[in-house]
Design a protein around this ligand. Structure first.
Ligand code: MG
Length: 230
């Protein structure tokens, strides 16, 4: 008859065996790279920094020339047209901080409107949605025109807010396009939970720029970085 110790060690061994088997099932997986995470939302070590508060050298205007945006005190303020990254990206994790004007002007879509466009075409809305009604799939953190956010996690006008976005673009292949997905955290709160991004042949592309919209309101941006996921 087995002792209690023998029974327990048998169970432990069985558990190890099960774990080993699972690990072996995933033998094609690579060891996750060790990186240094950023502190206080500073960029992690494997990020591409798109704006560090000093210059917009990673950006161009949507007409192709140098951006006209005002840079001061570590932020860039919308002025004279939308801007887009010079580099094009496929799947990505994007961190971006923004603030709508502290002086409240206008209402609905006319109050603190800008936007973060993935591949220059899929907009995550930037808007002052603090006590400001508009259509649900047009408020802050909406996937504009497609999907309202799960909650309204807006801070007050003038306060800095964050978006953390995970985006997988639709992927064209011969004979069709596979859908992509978009996930967004607004001020750390999940607001878009793996929402489908419909493939749109033939215009779907595997890579595209990140665009920040000039919608006529002086919205500010700072601390923008991206991690490439493919
Ligand atoms: Mg907009």
């Amino acid at each position: 008859m087995k002792s209690l110790v023998q029974k327990i060690s048998g169970l432990v061994l069985a558990g190890c065996a099960a774990f080993t088997t699972l690990a072996a099932d995933n033998k094609d997986e690579k060891e996750p790279p060790v990186i240094t995470p950023g502190q206080h939302e500073a960029p992690p070590s494997d990020a591409v920094v798109l704006f560090d508060g000093k210059d917009l050298s990673a950006w161009k205007s949507d007409k192709g020339d140098a951006p006209n945006w005002k840079i001061e005190n570590g932020y860039a303020e919308v002025h004279g047209g939308s801007i887009m990254t010079k580099e094009e990206f496929g799947s990505l994790q994007l961190h971006i901080e923004w603030a709508t004007p502290s002086e409240v002007k206008g209402e609905g879509q006319g109050r603190g409107n800008s936007g973060v466009y993935l591949q220059g075409r899929y907009e995550i809305q930037v808007l002052d949605s603090y006590n400001n009604k508009t259509y649900f799939n047009g408020q802050a953190a909406s996937f504009y025109g497609h999907n309202a956010p799960l909650v309204n996690a807006s801070r007050k006008p003038g306060e800095w807010q964050t978006y953390d976005i995970v985006f997988h673009p639709p992927k064209p292949f011969e004979g069709g396009t596979a859908n992509g997905s978009i996930t967004v955290f607004h001020n750390g709160v999940l607001v878009q939970d793996h929402i489908t991004v419909n493939g749109n042949p033939p215009s779907a592309t595997t890579k595209g720029p990140i665009l920040l919209q000039d919608h006529g309101n002086p919205v500010r941006y700072r601390n923008i970085w991206v991690r490439k996921l493919d």
